[in-house]
Design a protein around this ligand. Structure first.
Ligand code: GDP
Ligand code: IMO
Ligand code: MG
Length: 422
């Protein structure tokens, strides 16, 4: 199994890359997260953002797995399937998506609780996507949640209703403005009925058998290393394991089976939501990069925060994931800048200097290295030889610092706008 992972704070371009390379695989499999993800794919000048559906969906011969480590909101998933079929009428997702019976449900009250916690002064505001992700995962850990396979049990409805009523009562008491319990409950059960069109099965067995038969699997990460529940910038993180090890636990595949680990990073950094961001730009240049790179959340539409590439954090992400190849995206967005900066170290309050960090202390001062910028028309570039020297120097610098090769360089949102470098 190979894996694709985000190395920064998400939105590095995982969807585009997976859509491209999934033709080399038999299976693509989402192992973490839920509809908080937004993986944008451009096909035939049209664009779609996938939330729960794996990014191999456009390859007719690829089986797409929604794995055990994910949390699935049937209401959101139903809408996504309708949208997908509108986008490409030839697709038959019921035939090539399978869902783990052990994946957990996101219930309608989880979404409402997420909104409540984000807006109530009694809780830390994380800046979540308000998809009920933390609430579903926390109920899973409390062992109070329901799994996809439970929808076939005779007491499913009453068990769901018990949770909905309990959580709804809590929200009512907190004076939250709420849709009626009946409406959210009906919508949920209707969506669960549509879910039954998909094969809900023991995906671990399907995938391990596929590997034994010599088939190839691509694990699709959502979110990214710096949003990982354990290794990210807690508490401003998501609630799942976003790293390579998470692919093994989330899919039920042994670490012995891992081959290539593609780590995706932008040539700069972005972040949506709250939390530390040492290289953040607050000036006009940040605005310029946001607008040129169309840095607005694929999922929520929120403007993304912008900053220079952060090597101490990136080195940490490469280390904990065991990345074998870097996929660098959005180099085109920095085109035209006279010089570009990379943060090589953090200077801490006591004067010490760090070159690798997973903590990213609030008070850390980024030490920037300025490099010559590049200027080129990337829109019709077809050949690696056309890359400006300043950009290839930038790539060589990253390879030396991170001690891994840049395997791919993406130079635009389009499917073809990518070079295989190694
Ligand atoms: P994901 O969550 O990692 O799949 O990334 P998103 O889809 O949320 O955000 C990445 C955005 O950048 C999408 O709008 C992509 O279409 C776009 N994109 C991907 N690679 C490139 C690139 O190399 N250059 C430019 N300009 N845009 C890119
Ligand atoms: P993809 O897969 C960027 C961020 C949210 C928030 C934090 C917690 O498209 O890269 P959550 O809703 O998960 O409880 O929010 O995590 N976040 C993402 N940021 N890309 C994502 O996914 C994200 N998924 C969650 O903005 O800061
Ligand atoms: Mg995204």
């Amino acid at each position: 199994m190979d894996i694709v992972l985000g190395l920064q704070w998400g939105d590095e371009g995982k969807g585009k890359f997976i859509d491209l390379i999934s033709e080399n695989y038999d299976i693509t499999a989402r192992f973490n997260g839920g509809s908080n993800a937004g993986h944008s794919i451009e096909r035939n000048v049209k664009r779609i953002t996938l939330k729960m559906i794996p990014s191999g969906i456009f390859m007719k011969n690829v089986l797409n797995v929604i794995g055990t480590g994910t949390v699935l909101d049937p209401v959101s998933f139903k809408k996504e399937i309708v949208n997908l079929k509108k986008f490409d009428e030839t697709l038959q997702p019921e035939k090539n998506i399978i869902i783990s019976r052990k994946a957990h449900f996101v219930l309608p009250t989880h979404r409402l609780l997420d909104i409540f916690m984000e807006e109530s002064p009694e809780y830390t505001t994380i800046g979540t996507t308000k998809n009920g992700i933390a609430q579903a995962y926390s109920n899973k850990i409390l062992r109070q949640n329901l799994r996809v396979g439970d929808m076939f049990s005779s007491d499913f409805k009453s068990r769901v209703e018990q949770i909905l009523e309990r959580e709804y009562k809590f929200l009512e008491k907190a004076n939250m403005e709420l849709p009626s319990l009946e409406s959210i409950s009906n919508e949920f059960f209707e969506a669960v009925e549509s879910l039954k069109q998909f094969d809900c099965t023991e995906t671990e067995i399907v995938m391990n058998k596929a590997l034994s038969d010599g088939k190839k699997i691509l694990g699709e990460g959502s979110q990214a290393a710096m949003l990982d529940i354990d290794h990210g910038t807690y508490p401003y993180v998501t609630s799942s394991s976003t790293i390579a090890a998470g692919a093994c636990s989330g899919l039920g595949i042994s670490p012995k089976k891992i081959g290539e680990i593609y780590g995706i990073a932008k040539a700069y950094c972005t972040r949506v939501g709250n939390g530390v961001f040492p290289t953040e730009l607050f000036d006009e240049l940040g605005d310029e990069i946001r607008s040129k790179g169309n840095e607005f959340g694929s999922n929520t539409g929120r403007p993304r925060r912008i900053g220079w590439l952060d090597l101490p954090a990136l080195k940490y992400a490469v280390m904990i994931n065991g990345v074998t190849q870097l996929v660098l995206t959005k180099a085109d967005v920095l085109s035209g800048l006279k010089s570009v900066a990379v943060c090589t170290h953090y200077e801490l309050e006591d004067g010490t200097v760090e070159s690798i960090s997973g903590i990213l202390p609030e008070t850390a001062k980024p030490i920037l290295k300025w490099m010559n910028g590049w200027n080129a028309d990337f829109s019709n570039m077809k050949n690696v030889d056309e890359l400006p020297k300043e950009l290839t120097d930038f790539l060589s610098f990253l390879e030396a610092e991170l001690e891994i090769p840049v395997g791919y360089l993406s130079i635009g949102p389009g499917r073809e706008q990518i070079f295989k470098m190694k």
